[in-house]
Structure formats: C-alpha cells, structure tokens
Design a protein around this ligand. Structure first.
Ligand SMILES: C[S@@+](CC[C@H](N)C(=O)[O-])C[C@H]1O[C@@H](n2cnc3c(N)ncnc32)[C@H](O)[C@@H]1O
Length: 279
C-alpha cells in the first residue's frame, strides 16, 4: 500500500525549504551548463563527443600517450577517445577501436566490429595486434622505440619485474601500450541502418537499465574482460584505463588492478562530475 502524508512546514521551515530547493536547482543548472559547455567545445574541436574531455584530462594528469604507441580502444563508438589517442600518438601511432555496433571509424583508426565478450572476437583482435605494423601509417622511419619504456606516472603501470619473468615468446605477443575501455550503453544509432545483423547488437549489449545493481554488474563484467585481455597484450609499462559504474564489486576490481599494476588511480574527471560513473 502507498500513502501520501503531506503537511505544510511552519513559516521559518517553509522559507528554509524554498531556499534548499532553489540551491539544488541552481546546482543542477550549473552542472547542466558545464555539460553543455563541454558538448559545445567538443563540436568546435571536431571531436565526436564530449567524452573526449575525460580522456584528455586523464592524459594531462598521468601522461598515458606517447608518439608511436599502439592503443586499443574497447567500446570506441562514436570515437572521441580514439580521436584523442590518434592525436596524441602521432606520428606513427596505431589505434584499434572495437565496438559491437557499426560506426564510422574516426580518421586514422582501424576498427573491428564485434562483441568483445566473444572469445572469437578477442582472438581476432589479438591476431591483428600480433603484427606490430598492422594498422600503422606507412612511413615507419620515425617509430619511437622508447615509447613505452618508462611511463611510471601512468594511470596504471604494469610491473617490469613481472615481464622479465616471462618467456621471450610471451613477451613478443605484448604489442600494446594503452588499453582503453569505455564499454557501456551504446550511442543512438545514426547510420548503418541498412546493415541487418542476425546478432542484433543493440539488444544484446550492456544497456544501462536504471537499475544500479544491474548496471554495475554489467559494467564489472566488461571491465574484468578488458582487464584479462590487457594482461595478455599490454607491454611492460603499459596503461589500462577503464570506466565503470560504481558499486559493491568495484573494490574487488581495484584489488585485482593493484596486484597487476604498480600504480592505480581512481578518479572522477571534471567533465563528468555530475555523473555517477567512476574511472
Ligand atoms: C559510452 S560509449 C563509448 C564512447 C567512446 N569512448 C567515445 O569517446 O566516443 C560505449 C560503447 O561501448 C560499446 N559496447 C558495449 N558493450 C560492448 C561489447 N560487449 N563489445 C563491444 N563494444 C561494446 C557500445 O556499443 C558503445 O558504443
């Protein structure tokens, strides 16, 4: 049974309540203004979405990117993180975007369409990455071989010691400097409607439901899959950036990250301050 019991507050309390409502609405207005400002700025800079600013802020703080690096962007569509990665790894960087939905790849980005949770898709991605020149611009003269050696200020940095204990065979499979994972609910489809896919990706992927626990659990599955993948492909000194919905299980994820990486930072960038996602 639901019941409403309303009583008008006494005079002083009522004025206080009105003040509180005004303050809350002014805060919401400011947050909306800030979001709109990032959206406008993204359009001015030719970025696919304002999500780019989160990554730019992270890179400004932790220096993830260097020229010539290999970056994998999981859940890349519409592509603003990939745009940042292309821009910051020039010249000779290579960026591979993976997404379950069909999307127009940003300039300079190689893409694979498929469900990242599928072992076949991961095998396909690994095969692509095994050849360090695949997806890289032609002129290879200036490749910065040092690009990955000493990024200790990383968002997350893999331990050198771990890497030295590996066989040369395993080490040569590690061709990736940065794994980004922003996999979550899809953007609205704006193109490619003529593509009929039996797998119907828009219905299968992790769509945000508004149910906190469900969204958190879905986001943990995607982060864990991205982390497992990173443990296979990341070079020593590499970085892993993962966006997730906060909840009960994120402590376990953080624990795992701390076992695998020298440094782990948990942050909420300026451009998403009012959202409930964590990075
Ligand atoms: C928030 S968007 C990414 C935005 C992107 N970082 C950018 O800056 O433009 C999340 C993306 O994750 C993708 N995604 C969700 N689940 C996926 C999965 N299992 N495999 C591949 N992509 C997935 C969605 O299709 C969606 O395009």
């Amino acid at each position: 049974m639901f019941a409403f019991s309303c009583s008008r507050p006494h005079a002083a309390g009522f004025a206080g309540l009105v003040r509180q409502i005004r303050q809350a609405s002014s805060k919401r207005w400011q947050a909306r203004q800030q979001r709109d400002q990032f959206t406008r700025e993204a359009a001015v800079q030719g970025l696919k979405s304002r999500a780019a600013f989160k990554l730019l802020q992270i890179d400004d703080k932790y220096r993830l990117f260097r020229r010539g690096q290999t970056v994998v962007d999981l859940g890349y569509a519409p592509g603003s993180w990939s745009q940042v990665a292309v821009n910051r790894t020039q010249p000779n960087g290579r960026v591979l975007g993976v997404d379950i939905i069909p999307a127009q790849p940003p300039k300079g980005v190689s893409t694979i369409q498929g469900n990242f949770l599928s072992p076949e898709i991961q095998e396909y991605i690994e095969e692509f990455l095994r050849n360090p020149n695949r997806g890289r611009p032609r002129q290879l003269d200036n490749i910065d071989n040092d690009s990955t050696s000493s990024l200790l200020e990383a968002n997350e940095t893999q331990s050198e010691a771990e890497d030295e204990s590996e066989s040369p065979d395993t080490r040569q499979w590690r061709t990736v400097d940065v794994v980004l994972s922003d996999m979550s609910a899809p953007w609205y489809q704006t193109s490619g409607f003529w593509k009929r896919s039996l797998s119907n990706p828009y219905h299968r992927m992790m769509n945000t439901s508004g149910n906190n626990f469900r969204d958190h659990a879905g986001s943990m599955d995607l982060c864990n899959a991205a982390l497992q993948f990173s443990s296979k492909v990341l070079k020593a000194g590499g970085h892993f950036v993962c966006k997730f919905y906060q909840g009960a299980e994120d402590k376990d994820l953080e624990k795992q990250l701390k076992e695998m990486f020298q440094k782990v930072h948990r942050l909420k960038p300026e451009s998403s301050r009012s959202a409930r996602k964590g990075i």
